[in-house]
Design a protein around this ligand. Structure first.
Ligand SMILES: Cc1cc2nc3c(=O)[nH]c(=O)nc-3n(C[C@H](O)[C@H](O)[C@H](O)COP(=O)(O)O)c2cc1C
Length: 369
């Protein structure tokens, strides 16, 4: 029976982890290169349509103009150099891609392949792009995009390519706005996984963080989970699940109050004391601040709820609840030098944090304490 349940959970998780989201629901970077403007038009439409950040890859400025056989020969020779490991200069680099969940690459096709500057950009940023979701749009005069697709896959072997490649040839140039929108609507990105969780015991809420490992991923799929946990040794509550989770156990140096561990393959353990252990566990996560946890759990059996805490609008400090601290922090954000966008502080979700958000948050606290 347990095996059947495990298979069921794995099947369910395959569906749950593939929660589809459109390009406008995820944080999207639209990066493009253009030599003569066509791909720029496409990229601007794509970015406008999905609300993405637009970044242009700037080349070294030496490609012969106007476009002619000389340009093609120059680009072709440079590509031979690239294939021999000599990369040209480009004048664009991005420090990190943490602000984006998905990257849409818009590039022209050159001599049947990806335009050299975009190829170079991908080469220079491959490590940072390799775990990203990527979609590809190609413009050419008439050639099909397969050479560009091959280049993109070779440059980013570990990225997940989403949807089919958009191809705009010279006949479609006037249709770019419609084709871009239509294509975007077919792209199913995956929503980023949250690692924020709440552990609820009676009327106490403990913000917690899931580990970044396959066991925590399995556990996430079971949430929300309410279980009646048993007492052991005056330092832990435990519960045997009906499911096996991924095991990668080791003996921790120390157990800390608030640790959420897997014992064996199916026993969830919530520790409320700090002590040395000789037992092996796989980490699921931990309560961020275990103050008051032991009192809340008590000495016997206790009902505990584990649930995901998606970013709450208004929960500016990310502690899982909306309180007066969030108003203070929101004001600090407005007065401070750090202009990084904070979605939780953007109460009216208009894309910027302003004084309006402060009054909306106060209003919300007063009317829905
Ligand atoms: C160096 C170079 C090589 C090109 N090679 C091809 C090609 O092999 N096949 C093709 O259909 N178009 C080719 N083109 C045309 C471009 O792919 C096409 O005009 C593209 O839409 C231009 O985009 P852009 O205006 O953003 O630079 C080439 C253009 C350049 C500049």
């Amino acid at each position: 029976m347990k095996k059947v349940l495990t298979i069921f959970v794995l099947l369910m998780s395959a569906f749950v982890t593939c929660k589809a989201a459109s390009a406008s629901e995820v944080r999207t970077l639209v990066v493009y290169y253009t030599y003569s403007g066509v791909t720029e038009t496409l990229a601007q439409h794509v970015a406008d349509d999905c609300g993405g950040t637009l970044v242009q890859v700037i080349d070294h400025g030496n490609y012969p103009r106007p476009e002619s056989q000389t340009t093609y020969n120059y680009a072709n020779n440079e590509r031979s150099q690239i294939d021999a490991g000599n990369w040209p200069e480009i004048n664009t680099s991005i420090e990190n891609f943490d602000d984006w969940d998905a990257v849409i690459i818009c590039t022209p096709l050159w001599n049947g392949k990806m335009a050299n500057p975009m190829l170079t950009f991908l080469h220079n940023h491959a490590d940072k792009l390799n775990n990203k979701q990527v979609a590809l749009a190609v413009t050419s005069w008439s050639s099909g995009p397969s050479g560009v697709v091959t280049d993109a896959h070779n440059m980013l072997p570990n990225s997940s390519f989403i949807g089919s490649t958009l191809h705009i040839n010279y006949q479609h140039r006037d249709d770019i706005p419609e084709m871009a929108s239509e294509w975007l609507s077919t792209l199913d990105f995956e929503l980023p996984k949250t690692n924020k969780m709440r552990v609820i015991v009676g009327n106490k809420v403990f913000p917690a963080t899931l580990a970044d490992n396959p066991t925590a991923d399995d556990f996430r799929e079971l949430l929300p989970l309410t279980i009646n946990m048993s007492e052991l040794n005056g330092n832990e509550k435990y519960y045997f699940l009906d499911y096996d989770l991924t095991v990668d156990e080791s003996v921790p140096d120390m157990i800390h109050a608030g640790d959420i561990m897997l014992y064996g393959s199916d026993c969830v353990v919530l520790f409320y004391d700090t002590f040395e252990t000789t037992y092996a566990y796989t980490r699921i996560g931990a309560i961020n601040d275990p103050t008051g946890l032991a009192q809340a759990l008590g000495t016997g059996k206790v009902t505990v709820t584990f649930e995901l805490a998606e970013d709450l609008i208004g929960d500016v400090d990310g502690d899982g609840s909306i309180a007066i601290n969030d108003v203070t922090l929101l004001i600090d954000l407005l007065l401070g030098a750090d202009t990084t966008y904070n979605a939780a502080a953007d109460i009216d979700q208009d894309g910027e944090v302003s004084i309006t958000d402060v009054s909306l948050l106060i209003d919300r606290l007063l009317n829905h304490p």
